[in-house]
Write a protein that binds this ligand. Sequence first.
Ligand SMILES: Nc1ncnc2c1ncn2[C@@H]1O[C@H](COP(=O)(O)OP(=O)(O)OP(=O)(O)O)[C@@H](O)[C@H]1O
Ligand SMILES: [Mg+2]
Length: 289
Amino acid sequence: MKASVIAVANNKGGVAKTTTAVNVADMLARRLIGPDGKPTGHVLLVDLDPQGNVADALGVRPQVYDDDRNPTGPCVSFLLMGAKTLRESVISLDRKGDGLPRPNLFLVPSSRRLESIAEELIVREFQSMRNSRLEYPPLDDVLSVRFAPALDIFRYIIIDCPPKLDTLKKAVYRFAERVIVPTKPDFLSVEGAVQHTEDLEDLHERKEVKARVAYIVPSMVHPRQVMDQQMMVALMKAYGRNRIAAPVPQSVVVKESFGRGGRTLMEYAPESPATQAYQHLAERVYHDR
Ligand SMILES: Nc1ncnc2c1ncn2[C@@H]1O[C@H](COP(=O)(O)OP(=O)(O)OP(=O)(O)O)[C@@H](O)[C@H]1O
Ligand SMILES: [Mg+2]
């Protein structure tokens, strides 16, 4: 079975994209552990944000720095440029030694290097237009081409996107089938999520991309605040019930799980309402496939 590719995106910053990507990936990986404790499938997280937060959130440090403080560890930028293979770019997220077994969860990490390659990818696109012997994939297919081998290895590929996708926007949405859009429940964020979704639907209708918005995740919700309730109603009206995922309450455990040694919500607070909301989303992702 080929991997199901899911992007977590929203062009607003700080709306819980990374939190959502990390926890849904961890929950899907757990779902793929058989009754004998052995994995029946593997999950790959892809960090497309030069901030490299996914590794931090999971408590691993893939980056090493040279004398000029430039990151030289594994980075998605090397893979996109074709300088490293997929195998060379993937790291294990297993932390069995810390009591955090993650036997089937993997990451292609990111670093500041990703910032500088956008220009390079565009230059290459021009070069290959002029010289057909150059074998660079078209910019808009760079993810589909470079990650193609991963489709046969992993059951899920979850891409954590930066707030501004810019150059890689079409590349992500041509590779992914489903998009999860987390949004805060305030007026401007909901407006942003609506715009983001319409933009993507537009590209989809023009057959320029494969991806569709599958779930909108209200995050950091205060269930008892009237304003938040009104925003939930507005989201339901805009998208219908089906696409709105269970709201994730604002909860201190989310920040703590990250701060206390990079643990996932299932590892840190399996019973918390925020964890349950993400669990509900992960189940939908699993079954809607
Ligand atoms: N349900 C929640 N309750 C409390 N804090 C949360 C919740 N979800 C996310 N946060 C916190 O909000 C902050 C932003 O979350 P996160 O990094 O996941 O957002 P992001 O959309 O990936 O941000 P960026 O746009 O910078 O990549 C983090 O400090 C995170 O711990
Ligand atoms: Mg992020």
